[in-house]
Design a protein around this ligand. Structure first.
Ligand code: ZN
Length: 598
């Protein structure tokens, strides 16, 4: 056996020995129901308090909630690791089903606690938050209370949840079935292939334009044939959501996603406003790329086309060293943390069969550890992914001193630490590129990310806001869905786009996620927010790490507006803040154009 420094297969046995057959894992899952019963008993006994004497009782309920959440998360995390490392692990899939049933039972219990918080009068509530027991929970308790005030009665909300099982979430599941069922016929290198939608989408980065176009045309064709099924699914999913909002008296469709992401509409508007004002530069890049590819306009299927044939690779061991070296330049905690992750089997990177595609990072709250999943095949984008997931793990690590109920950050800030870590490594890779072709390829990689966040994601946001407005008035026809999508794409790409992708509303799973509505703008937020933190880090050097970790520790106990003000001294409801991050991306475009115009 070759002795390698950093194992490429993770260690899950430290949590529950024996994988999905582990008796400890089964016992752990079985112990959840009694834990939930304890919590339920405490909440049933809890009466709406009249004075701050109830602080101790509330603290005890919070400790039970913590217990339940941590145990459910630990089991969920281990099971997602088991199913990801081997998609044929039937036992793990069964346990996953069992766990989601238990987790579903916990929501009405928590909802009933929130409702009781909502009934406490303002003065008593304020007094409770001032007690030694509850002071640290001010933000989440206030959030839960506010949420319950904006909800319907406990019974009505329970009915909505119950009906949602066969309604709302079933539309989301139906989408997964519809898309999973599709096979697309594409000719690649003279051979006809039957591909899944995901495989056909992957051809978008094929070096041969006829292959890219064939895959795109085949996808458009298949979605045209089935558009009525997708339109019906989207209309009913949206209709369910809007009907619930209407009952609750919410008129804005962004109210729920804003609440989930703890941010204001002004912040989103300022972000898109700043981006829109700088779009000409990125549209110029798209024009330039079209010329490099020898076409007049950049069509949808040309976005991911390679402009060089650079194929720089790096072994896993070298990739690990590269990441450690550059994390170390930023700060010693980040380096030593990543070293532990590499050495102690926190990472599953081996390239082998039966693994799930993609990458993720998951925390193991009962063990104060994380696990990272990916398939490392040696490309520079694999090195970026690895850094990205380590960034997520570092966020979890930074939160260790904080009470577990104060660690539950939202999607918009979730991508902050990951993008930050990715940026450190992506920038270093550009700087250390050994050939000009490699440098161009790496630089383009970075720019493509900016274009995706500023243009593609913007198109999704524009489409979704407009579609929901029209849906309020009735069913939106397939013809209209296609029109709305084309308009959004043309507008979002500011004249830089040739052929559009009208059926994108059917091909993109994100429009059908029921757990998190508007699965788009938080990506752009996280990207630009982390860019501005990165700019500060570059300015301040090694001393910044401590401030950075303090910011991460606060990500789940305040709004993002407060977070930026407290830790960066910035008002993110103003366009000025966002322009600074965008300026860094503009530099990449200028450099890319200079290098490829010679
Ligand atoms: Zn991520």
């Amino acid at each position: 056996m070759v002795n390698v420094k950093y194992p490429e297969v993770w260690d899950l046995d430290v949590f529950f020995p024996g994988g999905s057959a582990s008796s400890q894992l089964i016992e752990h899952i079985e112990s959840l129901t009694p834990k939930l019963d304890v919590l339920k008993g405490k909440i049933e006994k809890f009466e709406v308090p009249q004075n701050s004497d109830a602080a101790l009782e509330i603290q005890s309920i919070l400790e039970s909630i913590k217990e339940v959440i941590m145990h459910i998360s630990q089991a969920g995390a281990v099971l997602s690791c088991l199913t990801a490392q081997d998609t044929t692990d039937r036992d793990a899939l069964l346990l996953q089903g069992q766990l989601s049933g238990i987790a579903a039972n916990s929501s009405p219990i928590l909802e009933s606690f929130n409702q009781k918080l909502g009934k406490i009068d303002q003065a008593t509530f304020k007094g409770l938050l001032e007690t030694a027991e509850l002071a640290q929970f001010e933000f989440i308790l206030t959030e839960w209370r506010e949420k319950s005030k904006e909800s319907l009665s406990e019974e009505e909300e329970a009915l909505i949840s119950a009906l949602g099982v066969d309604g709302y979430s079933s539309w989301g599941q139906l989408y997964n079935m519809l898309i999973g069922d599709i096979k697309v016929e594409v000719e690649v290198d003279g051979e006809k292939k039957l591909l899944s939608v995901g495989q056909a989408n992957n051809l978008s980065s094929h070096k041969d334009r006829t292959v890219r176009k064939a895959a795109f045309d085949a996808l458009e064709k298949v979605f045209t044939e089935r558009e009525e099924f997708f339109a019906k699914t989207l209309n009913h999913l949206a209709g369910f959501r809007l009907a619930v909002y209407k009952k609750r008296g919410w008129d804005s469709v962004t109210k729920e996603p804003l609440q989930i992401n703890r941010m204001k509409q002004e912040t989103i508007d300022a972000m898109w406003g700043a981006i829109t004002s700088r779009k000409a530069i990125f549209a110029g890049y798209l024009q330039h790329k079209a010329h490099l590819l020898g076409t007049e306009h950049l069509d949808w299927f040309d976005f991911d086309a390679p402009v060089t044939d650079s194929t720089a690779t790096m072994s896993y061991q070298d990739g690990a060293e590269f990441i450690l070296k550059h994390f170390g330049r930023f700060g010693s905690e980040m380096e030593s943390f990543a070293r532990t992750a590499f050495e102690d089997g926190w990472i599953e990177a081996e390239d082998r069969d039966n693994k799930r595609p993609g990458g993720f990072c998951t925390g193991m709250p009962l063990s104060d550890q994380s696990r990272i999943f990916m398939t490392y095949s040696g490309s520079m984008s694999n090195v970026s992914t690895l850094a990205h997931e380590l960034g997520h793990a570092f966020h979890t690590y930074a939160l260790r001193p904080v009470h577990p109920l104060n660690r539950r950050y939202a999607m918009n800030v979730a991508e902050t630490a990951s993008t930050f870590a990715e940026m450190i490594v992506a920038d270093a890779a550009v700087e250390e590129a050994t050939t000009e072709q490699e440098k161009i390829a790496l630089l383009e990689d970075k720019i493509q990310r900016s274009v995706a966040f500023f243009m593609n994601i913007h198109a999704r946001y524009l489409f979704e806001t407009r579609f929901y407005e029209e849906r309020k008035k009735g069913i939106v026809s397939t013809k209209r869905l296609n029109e709305l999508m084309e308009e959004a794409q043309i507008e979002a790409h500011a004249g830089g786009l040739g052929e559009t992708h009208p059926h994108f509303w059917a091909s993109k799973m994100h429009f059908y996620i029921t757990g998190v509505p508007f699965y788009n703008f938080p990506y752009t937020f996280g990207y630009l927010f982390s860019l501005s933190i990165y700019a500060k880090a570059k300015e301040e050097g090694k001393g910044f790490e401590e401030k950075y970790m303090a910011l991460l520790r606060d990500t789940a106990v305040m709004t993002v507006e407060e977070l930026a003000m407290k830790h960066l001294g910035e008002d993110i409801t103003k366009e000025d803040f966002w322009l600074k991050g965008i300026a860094l991306c503009e530099e990449d475009v200028a450099e890319f154009i200079a290098l490829t115009s010679k």
